[in-house]
Design a binder for this molecule. Structure first.
Ligand code: NDP
Length: 407
């Protein structure tokens, strides 16, 4: 029985709050605050209709630390779940420190003026969180999040060491729009247009954005082109699995998506430097995000599956030599929509955010022996989280492959 305060009212938040509503034994008192109150109210109304649970709503600018502190003092939650944008991570962590409340998010901090997502800003809070006796859990979405838990589960149950790791993120869904992103367009396009980086022999190797392409046949989706990208869990995985020789992240994009993105980039619409327009400073990417379809509106028309997982090669735990395992989840957009009114990408992020919250509220994940601090998913016992994935809509399967990946 606990009180939780969720910040942000987009697609990911909507799924997470619905799932909290379905698990009233863990989340007995749910509060939801965001910049636009009407969006929180719409989620609360849907949760009430679908689950019978009440959700209290508030308006907040999470970048205003004193306002966040006041809200936390008023609500008195055991945990603040940050499902707004990465820009708000640090102010929300500051407010949690000031009020002594645990913190969870799904994406690492990024400064607004530079597309540079790295953990060091948040890792720098470790000692202060430890002194305050509170825990921060970073990146409890699917990727980052479940991909790290999958990897650590393989390391606990199948492989003594992991030499090579590939994370494969396929969205095989079709939303029927010429161009749209499945989560916040600004964050999504900043991520995709950044240079690719992968881990190789102890350092990150940088290559131009979307310059490495491989075709892969995804179960229950079919063959898709996937592109090597940088993704934040490569930083934490390479830190917590020191023997890793190579770690890469791949995401699928259709030819239409790449064509639109290339044109938008070529004409300067993905830029993050302000330009003057009719006497006003505007950021082209923010303007583009404002005209693109909102991720939370895509659910109704999206069909098909997501298929996200990891392929790891290393020395088998049972001493049988080198082995390769593939562990993944397949999620149906239509089923996600029927259950929560949101598409699969919001679903695959919102469910792990609920599960990470449950892990913290139950004390199952309590950092280092209950002491406070800032933690990544790799530092936690994967087993109880993996059990909850199976129980709460994201079942997974693991299979042995005949050889390491050939790409
Ligand atoms: P949306 O853009 O749909 O929602 C973001 C919400 O945050 C909106 O309701 C927005 O308010 C609110 N918000 C923005 N700024 C503030 C602020 N200053 N104060 C209060 N609220 C604010 O995004 P998504 O739901 O698609 O994504 C949410 C988060 O999940 C992002 O950080 C994203 O990076 C992360 N994510 C993580 C994934 C993972 O697997 N780990 C995958 C997908 C997403 P308003 O409605 O007014 O715009």
């Amino acid at each position: 029985m606990s009180t939780v305060l969720v910040i942000g009212a987009g697609g990911v938040s909507s799924v997470c709050v619905h799932k909290m509503g379905m698990n009233a034994g863990i989340f007995s008192d749910i509060h939801l605050a965001s910049r636009t109150k009407s969006k929180s109210d719409a989620i609360a109304a849907s949760v009430k209709e679908r689950t019978g649970q009440n959700v209290a709503t508030y308006e907040i600018d999470a970048e205003e630390v004193p306002a966040m502190v006041n809200l936390i003092r008023k609500v008195q939650p055991s945990l603040v779940v940050n499902l707004a944008l990465p820009y708000q991570d640090l102010p929300i962590m500051d407010a949690c420190l000031e009020t002594g409340v645990h913190y969870l998010d799904t994406a690492n901090y990024e400064p607004k003026d530079e597309a540079k997502f790295e953990y060091h800003w948040q890792w720098a809070y470790h000692d202060r969180f430890k002194e305050a006796g509170i825990m921060a859990l970073l990146g409890s979405g699917f990727d980052p999040g479940v991909t790290s838990v999958f990897t650590m589960w393989l390391k606990k149950h199948k492989l003594k060491t992991i030499r090579q790791l590939d994370i494969l993120d396929c969205n095989g869904g079709d939303h029927g729009q010429a161009f749209a992103t499945n989560f916040n367009p600004e964050i999504n396009i900043r991520e995709i247009t950044a240079n690719a980086r992968h881990w190789e022999n102890g350092e990150f190797v940088e290559t131009p954005a979307l310059s490495t392409k491989v075709e892969f046949d995804f179960d229950q989706v079919g063959p898709k082109n996937m592109y090597m990208m940088y993704h934040e869990e490569l930083e934490s995985l390479s830190k917590f699995i020191p023997e890793l020789e190579r770690a890469r992240f791949w995401m699928t994009f259709g030819d239409e998506y790449i064509k639109h993105l290339t044109v938008l980039q070529n004409v300067g619409m993905t830029g993050i430097e302000p330009i003057k327009y009719q006497g006003q400073d505007i950021i082209p990417l923010q303007f583009l995000a404002a005209v693109l379809p909102k991720p939370e509106t895509l659910g109704e028309t999206t069909t098909g599956n997501t298929n996200i997982g990891v392929i790891a090669t290393g020395e088998a735990l049972d001493g049988s030599g080198e082995k390769t395992f593939y562990i993944n989840n397949i999620c149906s957009h239509e089923a996600a929509f029927e259950e929560t009114g949101n598409q699969g990408v919001s679903y695959t992020t919102g469910v792990p955010a609920m599960i990470g919250s449950a892990m913290m509220l139950s004390g199952t994940w309590a950092g280092a022996n209950g002491q406070g601090g800032v933690f990544n998913m790799e530092q936690m016992n994967p087993d109880p989280f993996m059990e909850m994935l199976n129980e709460h809509g994201l079942p997974w399967q693991v299979k042995e492959l005949g050889s390491p990946v050939s790409f």
